[in-house]
Design a protein around this ligand. Structure first.
Ligand SMILES: [Zn+2]
Length: 497
């Protein structure tokens, strides 16, 4: 298969990587309220001081390697009665409690989670925060779903107060589901991005987000132009990228809603910094693919449309990629681009079945993360997303084992986002982003687990029966920001948003 990769390139050399382009003139257009939000977030950042040492105790799971590349059992680390020690937001020690408790400062009692499983926080590689309120909208396929529900809802985000309200709810729902990092689409409005990053800065979550670029085939109220989209994105990059734990993603929605000029402008944006992200949609639905063929007749494939504008490279994440050819996978492998597998959305909208095991073929592996794709997806819970990922794989004739599944939701997702040196594992040096799963979350989970034979069995039960109810607590950068057992579960109550 690697031979085929070399033999059948489907894009021109010009488009195979990111092209270098000159930086265009940035134009400042931020309104007063946007600057106020930004200043608020920066004040929060400045007010964070070195945090005291913290520790968690309980059974824990994490990963040492990729279970799509070697036997699953070699990749999982399962530590009974583990101790996780955290200093200034980072993990400084992870090991058995008996062996490592001497490292605890005198008098520090770890937070002891019994009948629980501590994991790295979940990573959601594809989600739309403005669509949270249209989750579960009836009866449409992708293109009519966009016009009937999404484009109507997204117009509300012209109002900064609405954007701030939804961003506040969205962050809380993510944390309730144990998700600590997400790659997030905002709307075409810059204020929707400011609202999201301001909220994420409040929680100190590591998030990737960007302003949607659309200059055709959408309602006039949601359109920008190639130049305006460029200028507004550049302002947002200057304002947010690398501020605390925030990262910017250049975000053309998908090929049908951008002219070639706008896709080229997106490619130019990517050359302005070394570490920007790119997110868009790819090969989700057959009608969509046909439409792209009509709109870009000179391109050899849907992926080639993006490659031609310099959008296929490291830190590029393509949502869905359900209907891919071998040549597409080869290009993604060679470029280091990633795919976001969004099973609940693909089933809900009837888009198709993602060929996971073809994508991660060890002879030319493509990086794959797991996306909820809310509101096309039906849950913000990565456990529920894994539940559907298992069924999608089964319908493709393969079995997704529980170790592979939890890898996708944690370290695999981090690797897809090129953040696997900071998040996705419980290990010394990694950010202390953790979720604590409750093995007695529901009577049925508690009853079922009593006959589990081993940790693999238990993980599979959690991903089949679990959802946000299975998350006891969520830690972000060493701080317990959500604990279901507290009178007010969230570190920042909703009223303070
Ligand atoms: Zn999407």
């Amino acid at each position: 298969m690697a031979e085929q990769c070399r033999a059948t390139p489907r894009v021109s050399d010009e488009g195979a990587g990111r092209r270098r382009r000159g930086r265009r003139r940035p134009v400042s257009c931020a309104g007063a309220c946007l600057l106020r939000q930004s200043a608020h977030a920066l004040r929060l950042e400045a007010s964070r001081v070195t945090r005291p040492i913290q520790a968690l105790r309980g059974d824990a799971v994490t990963f040492r390697a990729d279970p799509f590349d070697r036997p699953s059992a070699e990749c999982l680390v399962y530590q009974e009665d583990a101790l996780v020690i955290i200093e200034d937001g980072r993990i400084t020690s992870f090991g058995g409690h008996a062996e490592t408790r001497h490292l605890l400062p005198e008098g520090l009692e770890p937070v002891h989670y019994t009948d629980c499983l501590i994991s790295a926080g979940f990573v959601d590689a594809h989600v739309h925060y403005p669509q949270m309120q249209v989750i579960g909208s009836y009866g449409a396929e992708l293109l009519d779903w966009l016009t009937t529900y999404t484009f109507v809802e997204e117009q509300k985000f012209a109002d900064p107060a609405h954007a701030a309200m939804v961003a506040g709810r969205f962050l809380r729902e993510l944390l309730r589901a144990g998700t600590t990092t997400a790659m997030v689409y905002c709307t075409v409005h810059p204020q929707s991005v400011d609202a999201f990053f301001a909220e994420s800065s409040l929680w100190n979550t590591r998030m990737i987000a960007g302003k949607v670029l659309m200059d055709r085939n959408a309602p006039a109220a949601l359109l920008d132009t190639a130049q305006r989209g460029y200028d507004e994105s550049l302002d947002l990059i200057d304002r947010w990228h690398g501020k605390g734990r925030q990262h910017y993603a250049v975000t053309p929605r998908f090929a049908p809603t951008s002219t070639e000029a706008q896709l080229d402008a997106a490619g130019a944006l990517l050359t302005t910094r070394d570490d920007l992200f790119l997110q868009t949609h790819l090969c989700e639905n057959l009608k969509e693919i046909e439409w792209v063929r009509e709109l870009f007749p000179a391109r050899s494939s849907y992926l080639d449309v993006y490659a031609h504008s310099g959008l296929v490279g490291r830190r590029s994440v393509f949502g869905h990629a359900v209907h891919m050819h071998e040549g597409d996978f080869c290009i993604c492998h060679q470029a280091g681009a990633a795919l976001a597998h969004c099973p609940t959305s693909n089933l809900f909208l009837g888009s198709g079945l993602f060929p996971l095991f073809e994508a991660v073929d060890p002879t030319r592996p493509v990086r794959v993360g797991l996306g909820t794709d809310v509101g096309g997806g039906t849950s913000l819970s990565q456990l529920q997303t894994l539940n559907e990922a298992y069924k999608v794989a089964a319908l493709k004739g393969r079995k997704l084992d529980a170790i592979q599944a939890f890898y996708l939701a944690t370290l695999g997702g981090a690797r897809a986002l090129y953040l696997d040196d900071r998040i996705g594992r419980i290990a010394a040096g990694f950010d202390a982003d953790l979720c604590v799963l409750d093995l007695k979350a529901t009577p049925l989970i508690d009853f079922r687990r009593q006959v589990c034979r081993d940790i693999t069995d238990l993980l599979f039960v959690l991903m089949t029966l679990g959802d946000d109810r299975a998350v006891r607590a969520t830690w972000v950068a060493g701080e317990c920001v959500y604990d279901r057992e507290r009178p007010e579960p969230f570190r920042y109550p909703a009223a303070s948003a």
